[in-house]
Write a new protein. Structure first.
Length: 152
């Protein structure tokens, strides 16, 4: 069974994600980042339970911004020094995809050097994590807008 799962992952049959971040300074776009992220083990557990009908607390409903720049691993369970916001909405750009829209406005989380991003479910399970080697220094004139696309 494990070999079969590994073969599927090599063929692209695994949970994947793409994080898009737009950084604005005084309302002007100064940077756009698009990159893959790591879907952690917590996500796989959540999806397995959803399929079985155990839906309470399983949906992704928040994004976390943190300060840890350590490389993500599938065993990650939290975002360091997390500042958490509700996501803005959901759409379905293609078969087997969900896009999760989010924002961090100018008046929130100022002073943080943002090194990591994470998606959280309603029961506080970390679903996905992405780090940056070059922090985004969140100041009062900086806002972030983005989306996180999960591909099944």
């Amino acid at each position: 069974m494990i070999k079969f799962v590994e073969d599927l992952e090599e063929q692209g049959h695994a949970l994947k994600g793409i994080l898009t971040i737009k950084v604005f300074k005084k309302g002007v776009l100064i940077q756009e980042i698009v990159d893959k992220n790591l879907i952690v083990d917590g996500a796989r557990n959540q999806v397995a339970r959803l399929i079985a009908g155990n839906v309470m607390g399983r949906s992704v409903n928040r994004i976390a911004f943190g300060t840890n720049g350590d490389e993500p691993t599938v065993a990650d369970t939290a975002i360091t020094n997390a500042f958490i916001r509700n996501v803005k909405g959901f759409s379905y750009p293609a078969t087997g995809q969900v896009q999760i829209d989010w924002e961090l406005p100018v008046m929130e989380n100022n002073g943080m050097a943002i090194m990591e991003f994470g998606l959280l479910t309603a029961d506080d399970t970390l679903f996905a994590r992405r780090i940056r080697n070059d922090p985004i220094h969140k100041e009062a004139d900086i806002s972030l807008v983005g989306n996180w696309t999960i591909i099944l």
